[in-house]
Design a protein around this ligand. Structure first.
Ligand code: SAM
Length: 543
């Protein structure tokens, strides 16, 4: 079976396995010459990829949540699992480009007149041909076989004809063809496979962050590359060196250290869920950009108008110079039950689900004798937060289910440090969520804008004078990043900006290049290898 699948993928043989891939099994009737009976079961990795695509389209499922359990359930492992994963995620990412190709191969029939199932089959076949370089005969015959199995005989002829037309040109020729018409945005949208409004949004954001528009193809291309899986060794819970050993034992390959976060390890394979430290939540999967913004909140200095800091504290910590508090300088605070006596004891994560940043902040809070309230509006996501912070010793983190706009009702403020990791379009994480670019629309921005402003407002109101708020999005879109912060500064006179570039540059292992003059930090996949996270740091200056 393994050999048959391998052949079907074009790694050897004729693309159909030793028996033609048509299911000759002991006891099967003798074939007439030239007769090829219908294959009983389609190739399992292709079938899994197809099913995920259908769930993504029909039930708004997330591919990265559906595929791994499906592979486990069907016992698809090793190279077959890698094939299914690349086929699924690659097809979803490059759907826009492939649709432009397929539309040129249907004899003028518009794609919206094809059955959605057939269109997904064509996309899968096209990705094998143009994105994975599977030999033509294998890509076409296996996809046609899958089509027969899932849609019946009828549409399989169309699938065969369209895929043969796709195969007549090389990937390079198709890129030239689909990128050959329309304005710059339309061409990039087709070749780099992004909706046009997202292409425009990235261009606008590059310019707003003093990056040249010429970088646009690079950032879009980076959105199409599968990122390396990054783990965080939560401070005080597991040493990075120990986590590295676990990773090497699991995958056979030592991880690379992160470029920016001292707690980051980049893996090259293996299943993170199997690592002992991940299982006990001392470590987790977390993009380095996400680690950096959480570390920045923990490192940003409190004060100068910190009402609960004495003047000598402010002086000795160098608050006025705007430099961040380094971990070495952090006051070695006592046990967390003494936290209430400290001027840096009450931390809040206002939008905590599923809990990546809350777990890192919780670990840091424990080291510093602080307490973290992790708030999340969705009960099922609040449960995920509880799992994420499970390794932080009891008493440090409390998880609250509630609307962040009503955080004053929690009765635990005012807070010293507050994370507002606002619900956003997620345009900064397109690498990791292959389907999301097709699901999002401009209407989402209009809907999210008021909520983002209200959450930031509520966070600032719940912060003590001198306390710090981090406003974070996993999106570079101007409308949900600097526009939200600038609107807030316009209508509040009790807030000032902290230079987030200075904070991030001094806490990172090396200063990330290209961050500009601040005060905002915008990370980029093509420059930093992280998600396109945005960070603004704000300080409450008066009550
Ligand atoms: C970007 S995610 C946060 C990611 C999280 N900080 C992490 O690192 O894992 C935004 C979260 O805000 C939550 N959310 C949405 N509206 C909210 C509200 N009104 N109050 C609190 N949380 C809210 C969403 O359910 C979602 O879990």
């Amino acid at each position: 079976m393994r050999a048959e699948r391998g052949d079907a993928r074009g790694r050897s043989g004729d693309g159909r396995g030793g028996d033609g891939g048509r299911g000759t099994r002991s006891g099967a009737p003798r074939r007439r010459p030239g007769y090829r009976p219908r294959r009983e079961k389609p190739d399992a990795p292709r079938e899994a990829a197809y099913e995920v695509l259908r769930q993504v389209a029909a039930s708004d499922a997330y591919a990265n949540l559906v595929l791994p359990p499906l592979l486990r359930e069907r016992g698809i492992v090793g190279r077959d699992a890698a094939f299914a994963t690349e086929l699924t995620y690659g097809t979803l990412r490059l759907r826009g480009r492939y649709d432009a190709v397929i539309a040129r191969c249907t004899n003028g029939r518009p794609l919206d007149q094809l059955d959605p199932e057939v269109l997904d089959l064509l996309r899968l076949g096209t990705h094998q041909l143009l994105g994975m370089r599977v030999p033509t005969h294998a890509a076409v015959s296996e996809t046609v076989s899958l089509a027969r199995s899932v849609t019946g005989q009828g549409p399989s002829g169309l699938v065969n004809a369209v895929l043969r037309a796709v195969a007549r040109r090389s990937p390079e020729q198709w890129l030239e063809e689909v990128g050959g018409s329309g304005d710059d945005v339309a061409r990039l949208a087709a070749t780099a496979s992004h909706p046009e409004w997202i292409v425009r949004a990235f261009r606008q954001s590059l310019l707003a962050n003093d990056r040249p528009a010429a970088e646009l193809p690079d950032v879009l291309a980076a959105n199409n590359l599968a990122p390396r899986v990054t783990l965080v060794a939560r401070p005080g819970l597991v040493e990075p060196a120990r986590l590295a050993t676990e990773i090497e034992n699991e995958s056979g390959e030592p991880p690379a250290r992160g470029r920016w976060s001292p707690y980051a390890l980049l893996t090259v394979g293996g299943d993170p869920a199997r690592l002992p430290s991940v299982r006990r939540a001392a470590a987790g999967v977390q993009d380095e950009g996400s680690q950096l913004v959480a570390l920045a909140l923990a490192a940003a200095l409190l004060g100068p108008s910190a009402s609960r800091l004495g003047p000598e504290d402010i002086e000795s910590r160098g608050v006025d110079d705007g430099a961040p508090l380094r971990r070495d300088d952090a006051a070695p605070l006592g046990p967390h039950d003494a936290a209430s006596a400290s001027p840096d004891a009450r931390w809040l994560d206002l939008c905590a689900g599923p809990g990546g940043k809350a777990a890192l902040l919780g670990a840091l809070a424990h080291e510093r004798g602080a307490h973290l309230l992790a708030n999340e509006v969705a009960p099922h996501r609040a449960r995920l937060v509880r799992s994420s912070v499970a390794a932080v010793p009891a008493g440090t983190v409390e998880v609250r289910t509630g609307d962040g706009r009503e955080i004053a009702d929690a009765g635990q403020g005012p807070f010293d440090r507050v994370m507002v990791d606002a619900p956003c379009t997620g345009l900064g994480a397109l690498r990791r969520r292959p389907e999301s670019r097709w699901r999002r629309s401009l209407a989402d921005l209009a809907q999210l804008g008021p909520l983002q402003r209200d959450l930031l407002d509520a966070a600032l109101s719940a912060t003590r004078v001198g306390g710090v708020v981090a406003y974070v999005t996993c999106s570079p879109h101007v409308a949900e990043t600097r526009a939200v912060v600038e609107d807030t500064l316009r209508h509040r006179d009790d807030v000032e900006l902290i230079d987030a570039v200075a904070v991030v540059s001094s806490l990172a292992l090396e200063p990330p290049p290209g961050l500009g003059d601040g005060p905002f930090v915008q990370l980029w996949p093509h420059l930093h290898g992280t998600d396109a996270m945005f960070l603004a740091l704000l300080r409450r200056t008066s009550s």
